[in-house]
Ligand binder design. Structure first.
Ligand code: AMP
Ligand code: ZN
Length: 489
């Protein structure tokens, strides 16, 4: 298996540190607002990578941190007149709801900054003892002049880094590239006790301290989107290797490309973001996953609703293939050779996935195979059909799709009956999605009229049809129930 390593800027053979065990750390969200599609793009990519490694027989330990102490959280809390910790807790809960809705596997650990002060302080102390850091008043800075090979991940010179993103100019620093390990407390900000007086950690140190704690002083994979290469990941390398005296801190650095809107990065600060909740109001989470995974994880991807619709069509095509296989009666004039076709496509699929998780190419092979299924499926032997079903099951697991309960087939009929009982016209609904929206709109009318019992009955009825409906402050979000395997993972 080959993976593209940002460290060497080339594809390398993937060899974990210890046998079949893989430790993977992905920089998680700063919980001061709702997750947007940019976050979803990155986390869906790593979710696929974790799933694929597991299918490949690796025992994966997956860690995603939660940044619950940060300048942006403090600023937002001030704006809203809320305590920073309360705000962070609220958005952490929203993050988990969104990730669950997107069918993400839960990570093995979600460490939070607020729960790891002793580890963070200890690492800063070690860096001071070893001369990699210095104190300036109540602050502690990492000294880039003491660093070994600073810039090796981002491949930049000092001048390049100085003009790069997020470098604060501060008279207390010896070098403008130096970065804070600890920030002395400021009036009205949350603070923790430390050997340097009350304060809070700088941003980068949390990932070094928590990475080392959960995955060891050296581990296999570290990820995030491209914007984290510099300074965040560059600084993590320096802090971790400086403190532990061991290198490399991480063997493979994997970075996702940006989700763009009209060519620009989707971000909170540009105001061009669409939240996960917003998009899932009228679209299937599986279609969103397929939309992202149709493009290689390192390539940029432009979001627009038209492309999402074509992902919806492709998803339907895959479901149709599954349903088609399930309906094939055992053929009397079985033909041979289907096994060979399946083996061929399986090989192509896995070799694409082994090539730096090339989901885009792997999917094109799956689509070709489904074309074959429609042609020759009716003449397949029973055990070949079973193998086909199993393969599509594997594809579904790796991509986090095809997990809907099979009863969805009868969904439109059931919705129509429900709509009639509510006196709602489904004329405008062109498919089951539109029908669900129409029923939900009727339910919203009931809710506005405070007829909560009736509204709840509709929610129950939808649940019985395999449609899960959740009410959020800014409106309901629905999704189709997935199989037990996905729900329990
Ligand atoms: P944040 O909450 O901003 O710290 O971001 C959490 C994660 O999402 C980081 O790995 C970011 O690099 C990633 N991310 C943020 N915006 C985008 C985007 N537009 N496309 C892809 N990944 C993003
Ligand atoms: Zn991080």
């Amino acid at each position: 298996m080959q993976v593209y390593n940002t460290l060497g800027k080339t594809k390398e053979e993937f060899t974990p540190l210890t046998g079949r065990e893989v430790g993977i750390y992905v920089c998680g969200p700063t919980v001061y607002d709702l997750s947007h599609l940019g976050h979803a793009r990155t986390y869906i990519a790593f979710d696929m990578i974790v799933r694929y490694l597991r299918v490949r027989g690796y025992k994966v330990c997956y860690v995603v941190n939660i940044t619950d102490i940060d300048d942006k959280i403090i600023a937002r809390a001030r704006e809203l007149g809320e305590a920073p910790q309360a705000l962070a807790k609220r958005f952490e809960a929203e993050f988990f709801t969104d990730m669950d809705t997107l069918g993400m596997l839960r990570a093995d650990h979600y460490p939070k900054v607020s729960g790891h002060m002793p580890e963070i302080i200890k690492m800063a102390e070690r860096l001071l003892e070893k001369g990699y850091a210095y104190r300036a008043g109540g602050d502690v800075y990492f000294s880039v002049d003491r660093a070994v090979g600073y810039g090796r991940l981002s491949g930049q010179s000092s001048e390049g880094m100085l003009t790069g993103a997020r470098v604060d100019v501060n008279p207390a620093k010896r070098n403008n590239l130096d970065f804070a390990l600890w920030k002395g407390a400021k009036e009205g900000e949350p603070a923790w006790e430390s050997p340097w007086g009350p304060g809070r950690p700088g941003w980068h140190i949390e990932c070094s301290a928590m990475g080392v704690k959960y995955l060891g002083e050296q581990f296999d994979i570290h990820g995030g989107a491209l914007d984290l290469i510099f300074p965040h990941h560059e600084n993590e390398i320096q802090q971790s290797e400086g403190a532990t005296g061991k290198g490399p801190f991480v063997r493979y650095w994997l970075h996702t490309g940006f989700l763009l809107v009209k060519g620009e990065k989707m971000s909170k600060s540009l105001g061009n973001f669409i939240t996960v909740k917003d998009v899932l109001r009228g679209h299937d989470p599986e279609a969103l996953r397929l939309f992202f995974l149709s493009v290689h994880y390192r390539s940029p991807i432009d979001f627009d609703y038209q492309n999402l619709q074509s992902a919806e069509k492709n998803l339907e095509r895959l479901y149709n293939a599954l349903n088609f296989i399930d309906r094939i009666e055992k053929s009397t004039d079985e033909i041979k050779g289907i096994k060979d076709i399946l083996e061929l496509y399986k090989k192509k699929f896995y070799s694409s996935m082994d090539d730096d998780f090339n989901t885009s190419k792997a999917l094109s092979h799956v689509y070709e195979l489904t074309g074959e299924i429609f042609k020759i499926g009716p003449k397949a032997k029973a055990d070949d059909l079973l193998s086909l079903r199993e393969f599509l099951g594997e594809v579904g697991y790796i991509f986090g799709i095809l997990q809907r309960e099979p009863q969805v087939r009868g969904l439109e009929e059931a919705l129509r009956a429900l709509a009639i009982s509510l006196g709602t016209a489904l004329a405008a609904a062109t498919d089951y999605r539109g029908a669900i929206e129409a029923v939900i709109a009727a339910r919203e009318t009931l809710r506005r009229g405070k007829e909560y019992a009736a509204a709840d009955r509709i929610r129950q009825e939808l649940m019985g049809m395999g449609v899960i409906l959740e009410d959020f402050k800014d409106g309901p979000v629905w999704r189709l129930k997935r199989s037990a395997r996905d729900a329990s993972s």
